[in-house]
Design a protein. Structure first.
Length: 85
């Protein structure tokens, strides 16, 4: 069975917002990042494809291997979220 090893070079804390996208770590445009969730809860995101989805019941310490551009404050109860590039 094949598996994908998650390797990142940069990381930054995410402030959930219903309007603002996750900024790129270098100040440019975020073209998608994966997420680490440090505190359990629900996580509502917008993907790079423009889909709005809610991951329900995310556990503490989970990685979300979906390319994300926004974490919504409404619908998100998970905490200590990190963007990983």
């Amino acid at each position: 069975m094949a598996y994908q090893k998650l390797q990142v070079g940069r990381a930054a804390p995410v402030t959930p917002s219903d309007t603002a996208r996750i900024p790129d770590i270098s100040g440019g445009v975020n073209n998608g990042c994966v997420l680490y969730v440090g505190g359990a809860g629900n996580l509502k995101v917008e993907t790079i494809g423009g889909d709005e989805v809610t991951f329900v019941g995310i556990n503490t310490g989970a990685f979300i291997p979906v390319q994300v551009v926004k974490v919504f404050s409404t619908g998100t109860s998970a905490t200590n979220i990190l963007a990983l590039w």
